[in-house]
Structure formats: structure tokens, C-alpha cells
Design a protein around this ligand. Structure first.
Ligand SMILES: *Cc1c(COP(=O)(O)O)cnc(C)c1O
Length: 375
């Protein structure tokens, strides 16, 4: 049988591996010259905006909320169909998450539902670009301006994506990106926060590392309880190697997504993602299974794919139905679109080193499984 095909696989080249070895031998492995160089390179990538390297995308979201002054008594509107971090960070700063359902076509937050969820306590919107398909930035920022709200973009999955020709992160309010191992650009673990205004940088830096401000005479002060969110030089060196290749990685992902659309048997009844080849960075290729027509559930589908040596992921079960959130009062039926998509969604293998042959193998396996399990 063909080798196991995972759904993500990082692409780390030999030049990057050698660079990391050099950092390890240098005697300086935590935040230092590599982080400075990575931040400068990221800033150039994002149109000259100030960029803070952080040790996770979650940290970037949390620092962003704290920069906005969001805290107890404030509501933040976000999407229920996302990684748990998206809502957990709102709780982490003491604020209240308010979910707005997704739109079934884009699987991203529905801005009409956002508008309906506004209250006098709403302070910020935290939209998520699921699978690297950006939320409509024109409508988002029109809404935010109209209601004087801050925007913290959970662009964890959107490295290199764009909106109508403008790169995500190069415009807007605050943009948080993740460099987790499964993301389009990885540093193992890591992330960055892109600021709209250099004046926010000193506070952002304090929030990144224990609130510390250092003075030229070697002394320091602390006037805010910052976190421990700094990136290591080891990780930053991986990021520098990755950043050189990100546009190539994303171009390759786009080609593979096109291969999926070419090869996928449309008569199976699966819902394919929006065919967006302008804005999306194709972080994931996700289908919805036609569960009502099948004798098996998604778990069994994933098992059968695994028996054929193909990995399939689930991104994501809806956040509001996790125990923590149920205990706060959310129930089935609250966000029907997020629940339906969350039940049926399956993430297929997609990473730059894949080939069209791999895509054909995945599509053939899906056709076989669906045909043998249709009622
Ligand atoms: C990955 C991810 C995060 C968190 O990023 P980490 O680097 O894992 O902390 C947040 N939101 C979304 C949508 C993500 O995919």
C-alpha cells in the first residue's frame, strides 16, 4: 500500500535545518538577533507594519485583546466554528465571548449575525478566517467603524492570504497569525501580532514579557502584569527559512486545491469548499460529508480512510458545545449552521510536498467509501 498520507506535513528545508544548528551553537537561543531579523522580515512582508513575534497564535490573540483594553464586563463577538483558542482567549482576559453563527457557504462568521449580536457592552469583533479564506474585510471594517468597535483578526490560518488583492495583515486593526506546526508557515510553535500603529508597540512588548521595561543603566521597571509570550531564536530561525518559501508554499497549495476540484466526484453529495483562488491561502481543503445519505458516521469514515493510509482531520467541533461553554449556558440549536458544518466537516490531506497523484488517491478512496456506505 502507498505510504501514509497525513493531512498536514511541515516542509523544512536543509538550509533552515543548518541555520537552526548555527543558532544552537551560537550560545544565544532565546529571544535575540534571530527574533529581531524575523520581525523585520515579517514587517517587510506585511507592508512595513510593526510586527511582534510571539510564542503562539493564542498569545497573539491574548496580547491583542489586552492592547484593546478588553476585560471584565466587555463582550467580544466571535465565531463558534474555530479552534478552541479563539474563544478561550476572550475568557482568559476576563471578558465574555458572544458567538455569532457562521454563513454556510463560506463557513466564516456571518456579519449579519454579528450585527444582531451587538449590545452596549460589545467592545470588539474577533472574526476567524477558517481554512485561510478571509472574512469580507470591507463589510467587517464598515461594521466596526459604524459601531466604534476594535477588530482582532484571528488570522491564525491566513498567512499569505489576501482580501481583494491586499495581503491579510497589511491593513486593518490588529491581526494575529499562528506559526503552529500545521500552519502554512511554521516555527514549530509560534505566532505574530501585526499592529496598525507603532505607538502600540511599547505596551505590546510589555504584555509579551512580564511587563518589563529595561533602562540603559541595567535597571528595570514593571507597571503591567504581562505574560510569557516571547519567541525563541531557535523558532525565529525556522521562521526566517520558512518566510522565504511561503509564497511558493501557498502557490503549491492553490494548485493542489485546484487538483481536488478537478478530481473530486461531484455526484457523491459532498459539499466542497468555496472555489476561491484569489484570496484564500488554502490552509485546509475541507469537505462536508453527506451524512444523511450514509450508513456510517464521520468517525467510521475517518477510520476507513486511515485503513487506506490517508489521514483526515476534524476542524472543528463547535466551541459552544464543549463542556466549558455548555456550563455557561450554550446548547444544541444555538448556532445551527456551525453545528451542521461541525458535524460533517472533514479536512483532507493538503501540504506543499503533495502531488496530484496523492490528490487522486484521496479522491478515489472517498469515492469508494461513499459508494460502499450509501444507504
Ligand atoms: C492555530 C489557531 C489558533 C492558535 O494558534 P496557536 O499557535 O496554536 O496558539 C487560533 N485560532 C485559529 C483559528 C487557529 O487555527
Amino acid at each position: 500500500m502507498a505510504d501514509f498520507l497525513p493531512f498536514p506535513r511541515p516542509a523544512i528545508d536543509e538550509e533552515t535545518i543548518a541555520g537552526v544548528a548555527e543558532v544552537l551553537r551560537s550560545g544565544w537561543i532565546t529571544s535575540g538577533p534571530q527574533v529581531k531579523a524575523f520581525e523585520a522580515a515579517l514587517s517587510a512582508y506585511f507592508g512595513g507594519r510593526p510586527v511582534l513575534a510571539l510564542n503562539s497564535g493564542t498569545a497573539a490573540l491574548e496580547v491583542a485583546l489586552r492592547l484593546c483594553g478588553v476585560g471584565p464586563g466587555d463582550e467580544v463577538i466571535t465565531a463558534p466554528l474555530s479552534w478552541a483558542a479563539t474563544a478561550n482567549v476572550i475568557l482568559a482576559v476576563g471578558a465574555t465571548p458572544v458567538f455569532a453563527d457562521i454563513h454556510p457557504a463560506t463557513r466564516n462568521i456571518d456579519l449579519e449575525c454579528v450585527e444582531a449580536a451587538l449590545t452596549s457592552r460589545t467592545r470588539a469583533i474577533l472574526p476567524v478566517d477558517l481554512a485561510g479564506l478571509p472574512v469580507d474585510r470591507e463589510r467587517l471594517y464598515a461594521l466596526a467603524e459604524k459601531h466604534r468597535l476594535r477588530v482582532v483578526e484571528d488570522a491564525a490560518q491566513s498567512m499569505g492570504a489576501s482580501w481583494r488583492g491586499r495581503r491579510i495583515g497589511a491593513f486593518g486593526d490588529l491581526t494575529a497569525i499562528s506559526f503552529h506546526a500545521n500552519k502554512n508557515l511554521t516555527t514549530g510553535e509560534g505566532g505574530c501580532l501585526i499592529l496598525s500603529d507603532a505607538a502600540q508597540r511599547p505596551l505590546a512588548e510589555k504584555l509579551r514579557l512580564q511587563g518589563v521595561v529595561r533602562f540603559p543603566d541595567g535597571t528595570m521597571d514593571v507597571d503591567v502584569a504581562g505574560g510569557k509570550f516571547n519567541l525563541t531564536d531557535i523558532a525565529a530561525r525556522i521562521g526566517l527559512g520558512q518566510l522565504k518559501q511561503i509564497d511558493h508554499f501557498n502557490a503549491r497549495r492553490r494548485e493542489l486545491a485546484q487538483d481536488y476540484f478537478d478530481c473530486f466526484d461531484r455526484s457523491l453529495g459532498c459539499e466542497l469548499p468555496p472555489e476561491n483562488f484569489d484570496d484564500s491561502n488554502w490552509h485546509m481543503f475541507q469537505i462536508l460529508l453527506p451524512l444523511a445519505r450514509l450508513r456510517i458516521g464521520r468517525g467510521e469514515f475517518i477510520d476507513r480512510m486511515r485503513q487506506r493510509n490517508i489521514g483526515v482531520g476534524v476542524h472543528y467541533p463547535p466551541i459552544h458545545l464543549f463542556t466549558l461553554y455548555r456550563d455557561m449556558g450554550w446548547r444544541e440549536g444555538d448556532f445551527p449552521h456551525a453545528e451542521r458544518v461541525g458535524r460533517a466537516i472533514a479536512t483532507l490531506p493538503l501540504f506543499p510536498a503533495m502531488t496530484r497523484k496523492d490528490v487522486e488517491r484521496v479522491c478515489a478512496a472517498i469515492t469508494e467509501i461513499i459508494n460502499e456506505t450509501t444507504r
